[in-house]
Design a protein. Structure first.
Length: 178
């Protein structure tokens, strides 16, 4: 992480990351993340914890949506080797793209995992919804996400559109001129 975070801020982020990665769906209620402040060796105020969460979200280390926190795109990219090494027993690769799948859907039978956006692509147009793992083939019990009709970027299983981008005539995003 960047050096402008204090050692206590980094300890907070590591504990938040631990909660997120070991959760079943890769998300944790933001209140649970805020409450990490009480578990630190050097205590942190709730106000500072909330401000830190906002800063981590602005810097893309974390994402916050619908009252839940998850790892942000920067954490997924820059901490990829660390995540694979430290959480090797908790992290499953996506059955479709073979990238880390912290957020996504798990097969109830074989425990294989697939990103939401990979599931949307895989199951599109298929009459029978079965596990992508060919050794499994169990009925897929999850609601299949729909692919967006616009051209947003996909990050960590979530759809996001950059506020400074707009779709061009080709449907691809382009930067706005200032």
């Amino acid at each position: 992480m960047a050096t402008d975070f204090t050692p206590n801020d980094i300890a907070f982020f590591k504990k938040a990351m631990d909660l997120i990665v070991t959760s079943t769906d890769g998300t944790v209620p933001s209140l649970d993340v805020t409450n990490i402040s009480a578990d630190l060796e050097k205590k942190m105020s709730v106000t500072h914890a909330d401000e830190l969460i906002e800063r981590l979200c602005q810097d893309k280390w974390m994402s916050k949506s619908s009252g839940s926190c998850s790892l942000g795109p920067r954490a997924m990219l820059e901490l990829h080797p660390y995540l694979k090494r430290v959480y090797e027993d908790d992290i499953i690769d996506c059955m479709m793209c073979s990238e880390i799948a912290i957020r996504g859907q798990c097969c109830n039978h074989c425990e294989g995992k697939i990103h939401n956006h990979c599931a949307a692509r895989y199951f599109r147009g298929r009459a029978q919804k079965t596990c992508p793992n060919q050794q499994c083939g169990a009925v897929w019990m999850h609601e299949v996400p729909q692919l967006s009709t616009s051209s947003p970027s996909q990050v960590n299983g979530e759809t996001s559109v950059s506020p400074s981008a707009e779709a061009g005539p080709s449907g691809r995003q382009r930067r706005k001129r200032r």
